[in-house]
Write a protein that binds this ligand. Structure first.
Ligand code: HAM
Length: 413
């Protein structure tokens, strides 16, 4: 025997027994997002590498270490590691700034990051997300967080922890970064290689480091004092407190986390994450924030924007297993032709039905029917002769004989 080929590390099949959960989550996304006025957009999975190095930021782990990049006809192409940059590209390229604001878009689909696979972390994973363009007011931030929370509730995730922070605008953040750099400078040589690079390029990202030696340094009192200091300018401060006011009035419980800086460079002002405690395990299911500079940075007109994305696999892992839906009917018959003809009639009426294709014995066919269907439709010799069908309810065992031509009337659940 030749060697079996296995699925790549960090990727997974979504099997038929799980697909209903996916449909359930996707249908809820479609319903909730469209109830807030979001329209679906589908952008390519491959984009030019530049889009992500300019969009997501070349100090991020995503761009530095995790992108699937390849050359084709002298072009550097990357499998999208996230979809905000792609949606922004499409917004600019398709002149969506001419539409009346806000432009509200949602998406779903696979993303690719070369990360160390573990529970809830894959190399190919699926996100659903929304992006809203054209509004700089805190009401937009509140509506985005509300959309996320209501979507999560709609799929049954109730134990939600919403964490928010404001990382300010480039103006006030610059001063903050300088303060951070000054206080961390004496420890520079003790930091990991990544932090040494971040120190120069984007010191805010230092706070996100997972290396324990670095974390110990950042936990020092004098450094914590700077980290936790209020650095927001007047406008950013007002924006943030108005957002909190909205969240309070909308009854959305949240906590503030000064260390929340997010792993992507495009954010300005509001950032947030949502965790769910469903089924005991804790996981960041949603991450998002405002990115008022990104459209301009990628060649468009200045356009404020905000959005979020959620990991589908993480959402699904938090939901209780659902039973696989049964077929409406299975036709039990020794006459394949009669079974075929009846099945086609029923399918035209929207009834899901299968027939025996393997010439199995009657009893075997009945056994199969009781495993996969709600009703067995028995077409024996007598029934065929008299244009009848015997319908057996496979939950109750009850059996009735009805005219073949209107048997579909009896197949309600
Ligand atoms: P992100 O925080 O990188 O943000 O990803 C959002 C969510 O995707 C995470 O909270 C997590 O649920 C899921 N996720 C991320 N990486 C993985 C992985 N390797 N395996 C499984 N799930 C994962 C973004 O992607 C931004 N584009 C969100 C955004 C939209 N910000 C503004 N608009």
């Amino acid at each position: 025997m030749t060697n079996m080929i296995k699925v790549l590390k960090g990727t997974k099949d979504i099997l038929p027994q799980d697909i209903e959960m996916w449909h359930f989550v996707e249908e809820n996304a479609q319903n909730i997002f469209s109830s807030y006025g979001f329209k679906e957009i589908r952008t390519p999975i491959i984009e030019t590498t530049d889009l992500f190095s300019r969009g997501v930021g070349d100090t991020t782990d995503i761009v530095n270490k995790e992108m699937y990049t390849f050359e084709k006809s002298d072009r550097s192409i990357t499998l999208r590691p996230e979809n905000t940059a792609g949606v922004v590209r499409s917004y600019i390229e398709n002149g969506m700034h001419r539409l009346s604001a806000p432009v509200k878009l949602w998406y779903k689909g696979p993303m690719f990051r070369y990360e160390r696979p573990q529970a809830g972390r894959q190399r190919q994973f699926n996100q659903i997300g929304v992006e809203m363009f054209g509004i700089d007011k805190p009401a937009a931030d509140a509506e985005i967080i509300l959309t996320a929370v209501n979507f999560l509730k709609s799929i049954g995730l109730n134990n939600l922890e919403v964490e928010i922070n404001s990382i300010g605008c480039p103006k006030c953040r610059t001063e903050y970064k300088e303060k951070l750099k000054n206080i961390i400078k004496p420890y520079l040589n003790e930091l990991c290689e990544d932090c040494q690079a971040r120190y120069e390029k984007n010191p805010l990202r230092l706070l996100d480091c997972k290396v324990s030696e670095c974390q110990n340094i950042y936990a020092k009192k004098e450094i914590q004092e700077v980290i936790l200091s209020d650095f927001l300018c007047k406008d950013c401060c007002e924006h943030y407190s108005e957002l909190k006011n909205f969240l309070n009035k909308l009854n959305i419980k949240y906590s503030e986390n000064k260390l929340l800086v997010r792993g992507l460079d495009y954010y300005t002002r509001t950032v947030f994450e949502i965790k769910s405690n469903n089924l005991g395990s804790q996981n960041a299911v949603c991450g998002g924030g405002r990115y008022d500079g990104l459209v301009e940075q990628l060649g468009g007109e200045h356009t404020p924007a905000i959005g979020f994305a959620m990991g589908m696999e993480r959402l699904i892992s938090l939901l209780p297993q659902q039973e696989t839906k049964k077929l409406d009917a299975f036709i039990v018959s020794n006459s394949s032709l009669d079974a075929f003809l009846l099945a086609e009639e029923l399918r035209k009426k929207g009834i899901s039905v299968e027939i025996d294709l393997a010439n199995k014995k009657f009893t075997k066919q009945l056994e199969k029917a009781s495993k996969i269907a709600k009703f067995a439709l028995i077409l024996g010799e007598d029934e065929i002769l008299n244009e009848k069908v015997s319908i057996k309810n496979l939950f109750t065992g009850e059996q009735i004989s009805v005219d073949k031509k209107n048997c579909y009337n009896y197949l309600g659940s």
